[in-house]
Design a protein around this ligand. Structure first.
Ligand SMILES: *[C@@H]1O[C@H](CO)[C@@H](O)[C@H](O)[C@H]1NC(C)=O
Ligand SMILES: *[C@@H]1O[C@H](CO)[C@@H](O)[C@H](O)[C@H]1NC(C)=O
Ligand SMILES: CC(=O)N[C@H]1CO[C@H](CO)[C@@H](O)[C@@H]1O
Length: 488
């Protein structure tokens, strides 16, 4: 019976080798029950019989994602993103390919590939203004998983709202950059094509050689040496540049290397690792500023730590020199401004504090006063473009910390102001409040035996047990929702 068509079908079959339902192209339907007994086998595959007709027994689809350097999903079939390669899900913080397994037929495509768009978006002024913020499907999925672990309906309702707010996407190693950058640039273009609005995506560039020289919880993959510095340029910055040049129709904000320059201001003398990283930090900044700073649809903000890091007079004075030098070194690349309080807990306003013994004589005991002072210092030093983005992802509620320098998994955390452009009237240099560090992703592990354990994560006011930096931390997330200010 089937030998007659086997040859003509071979070509069609070759073109569809990965299809789970291989018999359709031969004119036979697929067995609806993949465990149906094998009645006959030939070069095409195994045949069964259902309702008196031959049917092809579906084979488990090969893991198509493997060829692209990803694994296939083992525990999820929820589609987070779809492109020409197939449907993608997320497992343990990485993209995974969803195989159709024994379910024949194409899956619905919730987020089709965008039509390529070569127009050039031009940022003029505040990049957060007049645009829609991109929603990261990966974070939405993390929140959905978090909701499944919740019992309180009021908490679930708050978590549902979290799915409507935007977060920055961290490109915190070469592999994550490859996984997160292009799919989300595409996603933003799709969002634009379905809403007609300009869609802003915010990425965090975070992989300098010798990264986070003063803390252990966020040490990076590249060491402070010449060959790793070269990898930073060619395997990280150059690749980011090539993707940005491909997706020019939508605005992009880049948050540049959190903590790095603040470490150059305060930790060169006391931390050998920071002294060793110095050349690479400066060189890395000059390199990336020249590349990204000339792209019309890209705006950059350099990280300036937070009020209880650089707020003191002497630190601000040193900082002004460091940032001026870095910006000059990146010419002709342009910098829009600065970002403060990334992944940190310092309240936006704290009227209970003023310069005195309680603040160790810091004249800037909250982020608002810090930015006011930095604005004055930077503009008087001749820095041309001085605008700020303030991370409000975990500073809504004053945490339990006894000392304002505590940063790890603080108890009493509350999500702060919602992401929004120009939030404070009379402060035209504040471009936005934005959630740079997604609430729920850990600051660092509290496991003292872990390689990246940092003493701060074991302190009294740090939540324990805490998972590794970047991993989901349910308790921290739930507390952030309960203490949200303004309330969710
Ligand atoms: C599929 O076939 C197997 C083997 O005949 C049988 O045990 C099983 O119950 C069938 N499943 C369904 C859903 O019909
Ligand atoms: C730099 O560090 C990397 C480890 O990240 C190592 O493989 C490489 O050999 C080092 N290069 C030099 C020149 O020391
Ligand atoms: C909310 C939470 O986990 N709090 C803990 C923080 O750490 C202290 C000291 O280890 C514990 O006593 C708290 O229960």
């Amino acid at each position: 019976m089937k030998t007659t068509i086997a040859l003509t079908a071979a070509a069609a079959l070759a073109a569809k080798v990965s299809a789970a339902c291989w018999s359709q192209s031969l004119g036979y339907s697929c067995c609806t029950n993949a465990s149906t007994p094998v009645v006959y086998s030939d070069n095409d595959g195994d045949w069964g019989v259902e309702n008196g007709n031959w049917c092809g027994i579906p084979v488990p689809e090969t893991c198509w994602a493997e060829k692209l350097g990803y694994s296939c999903c083992t525990s999820t079939s929820q589609v987070v993103y779809t492109d020409g390669d197939g449907n993608w899900g997320v497992e343990n913080g990485n993209w995974c390919g969803i195989t159709t397994g024994s379910t024949p037929g194409p899956s619905p495509s919730p987020n089709p590939d965008p039509t390529p768009d070569n127009t050039q978006y031009k940022i003029s002024g505040n990049p957060f203004s007049g645009v829609e913020f991109y929603l990261n499907p990966y974070y939405v999925e993390e929140v959905e998983n978090a909701i499944k672990q919740m019992t309180s309906s009021s908490l679930k309702a708050k978590a549902e709202k979290m799915k409507t707010y935007s977060n920055a996407i961290w490109l915190d190693n070469i592999k994550n950059m490859q996984s997160w950058l292009e799919p989300n640039l595409k996603g933003a273009l799709s969002q634009h094509q379905s809403t007609g609005k300009d869609v802003l995506t915010v990425f965090v560039v975070y992989d300098l050689p010798g990264r986070d020289c003063h803390a252990l919880a966020s040490n990076g993959e590249l060491l402070a040496n010449d060959s790793d510095a070269q990898r930073y340029k060619t395997e990280y910055i150059d690749v980011i540049e090539s993707h940005l040049k491909k997706y020019t129709a939508q605005p992009v904000v880049l948050i540049i290397e959190p903590d790095s320059l603040a470490n150059m201001v305060t930790n060169i003398e006391n931390t050998p690792a920071c002294a060793e990283s110095e050349t690479y930090y400066y060189d890395g900044h000059a390199y990336l500023l020249k590349k990204f700073g000339v792209l019309d649809h890209v705006a950059m903000y350099l990280d300036i730590g937070h009020a209880f890091w650089l707020g003191w007079d002497d630190n601000r004075e040193k900082a002004t020199k460091v940032y001026k030098k870095v910006i000059d070194s990146g010419s002709p690349g342009k910098v829009r401004g600065f970002v403060d309080n990334v992944a940190n807990y310092t309240p936006w306003e704290d009227p209970t504090l003023s310069r005195g013994p309680d603040t160790e004589w810091n004249p800037c005991p909250d982020e608002k006063r810090y930015l006011e002072a930095m604005y004055k210092d930077f503009t008087s030093a001749g820095i041309k473009s001085v605008y700020f983005v303030s991370d409000s992802s975990r500073n809504g509620h004053k945490t339990d910390r006894k000392h304002p320098g505590e940063w790890c998994n603080q108890t009493g955390v509350g999500i702060g102001a919602r992401p929004q452009a120009s939030p404070i009237s009379g402060m035209s240099y504040l471009d936005a409040f934005y959630w740079i560090k997604p609430l729920g992703e850990s600051d660092g592990t509290s496991d003292e035996s872990a390689a990246r354990f940092d003493g701060y994560c074991g302190h009294d006011t740090a939540m324990k047990p805490a998972p590794e930096a970047g991993q989901w931390f349910q308790k921290h997330f739930e507390q952030g929702l309960e203490n949200a200010n303004p309330p969710l």
